[in-house]
Design a protein around this ligand. Structure first.
Ligand code: IMP
Ligand code: MG
Length: 179
């Protein structure tokens, strides 16, 4: 089983479900009367976003972007490129960006700058996980699930070399797998 590559489990499927439900309720109460456009950053946010959107009892439109993250390594490159843009014109829309994890923050800081220029009515950031000790670029996370230590984390959408995304738990990957 792939879970043999886990050094430890950080969050069980039950803990994740409870957290995602609470985040969804908070978003629903904050956005009452508005229509949300949720933009997931592929591929990592895909699992989280589909669960999160189903816990928000308001209309939620979906779109997706692919933003550069080079190679199969565990460190984020400083370069940020939009590899697939969303289809929606976000001018005047209430946009929530959905991300799996904010690590250095480099990708998200630049992406938020680009999206703000498109003049959405509002722009919020929702991330399931954050590694504050790794932050290089300052980004405000409006909805954050958990802060995690500086370790390589996989599962529930997060990958290492495209593996482990479909594990329903979140855990720390054994160092021996990637070093
Ligand atoms: P940042 O620009 O350094 O914040 O990188 C953000 C992206 O790097 C995330 O969207 C993830 O795809 C990836 N990433 C950062 N840390 C991890 C991790 O611990 N496990 C899996 N992917 C990660
Ligand atoms: Mg990613």
């Amino acid at each position: 089983m792939m879970m043999e590559d886990f050094e430890k489990v950080l969050f069980t499927p039950e803990q994740i479900a409870e957290k995602v439900r609470a985040m969804g309720e908070q978003i629903a109460s904050d956005y009452e009367g508005r229509e949300i456009l949720m933009v997931g950053i592929l591929k990592g946010a895909s699992v989280f976003m589909t669960d999160l959107a189903r816990s928000i009892h308001l209309p939620v439109a979906f779109d997706f972007m692919i933003v550069s993250s080079y190679g199969a390594g565990t460190d984020s490159s400083g370069q940020v490129t939009i590899r697939k843009d969303m289809d929606t014109d976000i001018r005047g829309r209430h946009v929530i960006i959905c991300e799996d994890i904010i690590d250095s923050g480099i990708t998200m800081k630049r992406l938020l700058e680009i999206l703000r220029e498109r003049q959405p009515a509002s722009l919020a950031l929702c991330a399931l996980l954050s590694k504050p000790s790794r932050r290089v670029a300052e980004v405000a996370i409006d909805y954050c699930g958990w802060e995690v230590p500086d370790e390589f984390i996989v599962g529930y959408g997060l990958d290492y070399a495209e593996r482990y995304r479909n594990i329903p738990a979140i855990g720390v990957l054994k160092r021996s797998v990637y070093s």
